[in-house]
Every structure is written in structure tokens, then in C-alpha cells.
Design a protein around this ligand. Structure first.
Ligand code: BTN
Length: 321
């Protein structure tokens, strides 16, 4: 369920070329006139620009892409995820800071967000371009009561929730390239980095980092071949606060279901987004090059590839996508 703030922003954005009265808004959102006025006042202080004309009402003119601890928490209706938020205009890496906080006893559900990262990290220690404020650069701490072998499921859960959030906000359907990439028309729109600390049979904490290309209008020549943003793909911009809030709300619900009922629902959803599902791919196991059809994912989060009517489970192997 979208927060009141999200609903108001969606409503006003959909009517941005006309004036709407406070009365009309209060009827649409089932809020009192005072509550509408308070919400609009808060939006103004967060940098939303309105044109207000007596007897006509309000028209939303500009949506800011400004994020703060206040704007992130205000209207967020989660129980545990994002109840504690740290926001920085510039940071080396939200992932590094979230891990530091987790080690210092940072809570389950702590969220770290930065406008820009100077040392954004991707998987396999790759550099993640995030030295500008048009994307969502965020990490959060989880302290699940799970065995370490289940940690890869959290990456797949995050990928599914991110795909659903993108779909609900923009109406486009991304694909999930196992294990951690989200694609639009074959180009990367988001990546997920999961890092864990634990012992043999107990996770101490997991930090999940996600990088989403949200509002970039263009990319460097090198990246434009392989990367896209939601804005580039749909030709309009998105409110970063609303996106983060929607993601946190979806994630909390999906995580609680996963912890209570297990991985089945995640797997079923994953199958609806899986990239190149049932197609033939080339892949490598050790030094051996093989081909086979992608069939799905296991309970452990491994990729299932069918080769000569036998199923092979890939945990971290190289797939030639
Ligand atoms: C990948 O595709 O390799 C994963 C990219 C993950 C990037 C995010 S941005 C927020 C968080 N902080 C980082 O330094 N990395 C992750």
C-alpha cells in the first residue's frame, strides 16, 4: 500500500497540467482538508514547487530530486525497515558504511542512502559508477535468523522486490539476470551487492546494497552500450523519495513473508522475471565450456541449467549471457 505522500505525489503528478482543489484532493485520498494542507506544506519544504491560484487550487510544477533523512522517513509506513535512516549528500560507499554500522551493532532494518558515492562498489570488487545524484545508491542491514547457505536467497528476493517496485512505479517490466542484475531491453538498470558476515550455522548480518539508474538522461560512451536508466527507458523522471519508500515498503512485506513461509513465493515470482529462461546459453564449469537451457533457480538460489537432460546447478559460474 502506497504511503499518503506517495499517493498525493502520484495524484498531483498525473494532473500536473491542470489545477486541482484541496477539496478534490481530500476526496480522492480520503483525507481531511487540514491533512492535505499539511502534506502540501511538507512537500513545499522538501522542494516541491506548486502554483496556487485562489478558487482554482494547486498545480504541481516541479518535483525535486532532493533526498534527506526527513523526506525519506516522512510518510514511510514500514514497521522495521528504514525506521532508522542515514542520508549523506556524498559518501565513499553506502555499503562500506552500512557494514561498519552492522559491526557496531547497527539495527536490523538500518538504511544508508547517499546522493553520490566516491567509491561505489560492484560485485567482484568492480567499480560502480555513482558519483552523481541521479541514481538510488542505498544499502541496508538485515540480521536474519537464517543459516549462511540461505543468504543467496536474499539477493534473489531483493531482485524480485526491485523488479516489482520498478513495475509498480513505471509500468515497465524489467528482467532479472541471475543472480543480481536488473535489465531493461537487455541493458543494465540496477545491480545488487549482498555481503554477509557469519559463522558456520548462523548469519550475524547481511548488508544488501542496491544501485538503481533512475534519472540519468545519458551515460558515458563506454557505459551507454550496456547501461540504461528508468528515465532513459520511459522518457520521464521519477521522484527518488517516493521510489525508495515504495521499495522499502515492498521489501519489508516480502521479507516477512519469506522468513515466515520460505522461498517458494520468491522463486515463483523470480520465474516471471528471469532473463533468458528456457533459452540456451553457454557457460563454464571449471575449465569446461558447456551449453544448456536455463530452467530456474534452486532453494539455495543456484541457477538450474539443463544439459543433456541432466540438471546442473550453477552457484557462481560464468554464464555467457
Ligand atoms: C553490481 O551490479 O555489481 C552491484 C552494484 C551495487 C551498487 C550499490 S550502490 C549502493 C551500494 N554501495 C556500493 O558501494 N555498492 C552498492
Amino acid at each position: 500500500m502506497a504511503s499518503t505522500r506517495e499517493q498525493l505525489i502520484t495524484l498531483l503528478s498525473s494532473k500536473s497540467n491542470t489545477f486541482v482543489s484541496g477539496q478534490w484532493i481530500s476526496e480522492q485520498l480520503n483525507l481531511s482538508r487540514t491533512a492535505v494542507w499539511k502534506q502540501i506544506k511538507q512537500l513545499k519544504s522538501d522542494g516541491y514547487v506548486f502554483e496556487a491560484v485562489p478558487n482554482k487550487g494547486y498545480r504541481l510544477v516541479t518535483i525535486p530530486d532532493k533526498v534527506s533523512e526527513n523526506t525519506l522517513v516522512w510518510g514511510l509506513e514500514t514497521k522495521w525497515l528504514g525506521r532508522e535512516v542515514e542520508h549523506y549528500s556524498s559518501l565513499d560507499s553506502t555499503q562500506t558504511l552500512a557494514k561498519k554500522r552492522a559491526l557496531e551493532d547497527g539495527h536490523h532494518g538500518l538504511v544508508v542512502v547517499a546522493d553520490k558515492q566516491n567509491k561505489g562498489k560492484g560485485r567482484l570488487n568492480r567499480y560502480w559508477e555513482s558519483d552523481h545524484d541521479q541514481g538510488v545508491w542505498m544499502s541496508f542491514v538485515l540480521k536474519p535468523d537464517l543459516e549462511p547457505s540461505h543468504a543467496p536467497q536474499l539477493t534473489l528476493l531483493t531482485a524480485v522486490v526491485l523488479a516489482e517496485t520498478i513495475e509498480s512505479i513505471s509500468n515497465v517490466t524489467p528482467q532479472i539476470k541471475w543472480p543480481n542484475d536488473l535489465l531493461l531491453d537487455g541493458k543494465k538498470v540496477a545491480g545488487i551487492l549482498t555481503e554477509m558476515q557469519g559463522e558456520q550455522d548462523q548469519i550475524h548480518f547481511v548488508v544488501i546494497g542496491l544501485g538503481l539508474n533512475l534519472n540519468q538522461k545519458n551515460f558515458s560512451k563506454q557505459l551507454s552500450e550496456i547501461a540504461t536508466s528508468l528515465c532513459q527507458h520511459t522518457t520521464h523522471s521519477y521522484d527518488k523519495n517516493a521510489f525508495i519508500q515504495a521499495f522499502l515498503t515492498h521489501f519489508e512485506q516480502a521479507y516477512d513473508v519469506f522468513i515466515q513461509h520460505g522461498f517458494d513465493q520468491v522463486r515463483n515470482k523470480w520465474l516471471t522475471y528471469g532473463f533468458r529462461l528456457n533459452e540456451t546459453v553457454s557457460y563454464q564449469v571449471g575449465k569446461k565450456a558447456k551449453t544448456g537451457q536455463i530452467r530456474g533457480i534452486t532453494d539455495q538460489g543456484a541457477l538450474i541449467i539443463e544439459n543433456d537432460q541432466k540438471q546442473e546447478y550453477i552457484y557462481s559460474g560464468e554464464i555467457d549471457w
